[in-house]
Design a protein around this ligand. Sequence first.
Ligand code: AP5
Ligand code: MG
Ligand code: ZN
Length: 220
Amino acid sequence: MFLVLLGAPGAGKGTQAAIISRKVGLAHIASGDLFRQAVEKETKLGQLVKAYMDKGILVPDEVTIQMISERLNEPDCKAGCVFDGFPRTMEQAKALDKALANQGKLIDKAVYIEVSEEELLKRLSGRWICHQCQTPYHEVSSPPKVPNRCDKCGGELYQRSDDTEETVKERLKVYFAQTTPVLNYYEAQGKLIKVDGKLGIEKVAKEIIDVLRLESMNAK
Ligand code: AP5
Ligand code: MG
Ligand code: ZN
């Protein structure tokens, strides 16, 4: 199964992709996480993408598509994966379809996590991320058990440099302008599933898994 998680910055794509990929046994491919790892390691890719990320604008399509295509060729993706933060432009959506078609595969469903703008801002301003495994936490809705330490790996938590008020505004603007056509693209193919993202983390996960199960039963 190949799934795409769609939603604005802060909607909960990373949170839900981690839960679903674990429950369903799929790889989790997060473009933002891959870019942040490259920036942290100061690789050539990291040096190239840093300025885009700091401004809250999209990394050029050819760079992003190349990185995801390489990741998709790794063995853990053979049985399927959950895409988080990709595709974000029509160019990327079409490139993804092509890359999958070359392997005789396709996107099964695109899950759109809907959250109000007011809630997005609250989520991003209170978010903390693990340095090592990138698990997101929230100081109010999902704090770590030990302050400043990741529950999963014990790594130190930090706040993303693009979670400032100004950069968040730009990221939201970019999202509505460039990613809305991608929602329409999956909707036109009958693949879009909308879920109410304002519920708690576990409830949203249950909603997504229930809908996917129902869809797969209907398909049989
Ligand atoms: P990326 O890392 O993908 O960031 P984003 O899309 O802005 O999304 P976020 O990661 O901020 O939000 P999320 O939906 O994952 O929310 P999360 O689960 O953390 O991209 C960053 C940058 O990289 C881009 O600006 C761009 O420069 C570049 N980039 C990446 N992909 C690209 C691409 N394809 N093309 C070009 N450039 C690209 O949750 C947020 C917070 O809310 C957390 O604190 C969490 O604990 C909390 N929370 C989550 N769910 C709930 C809930 N149900 N209830 C209460 N709290 C919740
Ligand atoms: Mg994320
Ligand atoms: Zn961790």
